[in-house]
Design a protein. Structure first.
Length: 142
């Protein structure tokens, strides 16, 4: 038995993934003294998710820790579109126009939050073909 994930579960899984990426990228940035750390971190985020796309049924560590699964088997095309849009969404944390986190706030408040409240899935999940996640109950596996 399963139920749709809520905003907290979606956010927590993403927060865990973002924390892992920052922990992975920090030593590289410090050791190599890379000036364009934002691009490096975005690249690491993309590769991190590509690995899970290929080897773990497209479930990141954040999804695994929170106990979240994809609602059904989605096509590779949907997964790739989702991955590109998820990476673009992540990049709004690191790239800004007027002040730090301006694009992130716009993304969260005008795209992600309304999309989750109206459709039950993130904006990138919606655009990718209504990809949805569920929380398993009773220790089930999909």
């Amino acid at each position: 038995m399963s139920r749709k994930t809520n905003i907290f579960e979606k956010s927590l899984a993403s927060f865990i993934d973002v924390t892992i990426i920052f922990l992975l990228s920090a030593p590289i940035v410090l050791i190599l003294s890379i000036n364009k750390w934002q691009l490096l971190t975005i690249g690491i985020f993309f590769l991190y998710n590509v690995l899970f796309l290929l080897f773990n049924r497209n479930r990141s560590l954040g999804m695994i820790i929170v106990g979240v699964e994809w609602a059904k088997a989605y096509s590779m095309q949907q997964k790739v579109i989702w991955l590109i849009l998820y990476t673009a969404s992540f990049s709004t944390l690191l790239i800004w126009i007027w002040f730090p986190f301006d694009l992130f706030l716009i993304n969260m408040l005008l795209l992600q939050l309304p999309s989750i409240l109206v459709t039950g899935t993130t904006f990138h999940g919606l655009i990718s073909g209504r990809m949805e996640t569920v929380k398993l109950t009773n220790n089930q596996e999909i």
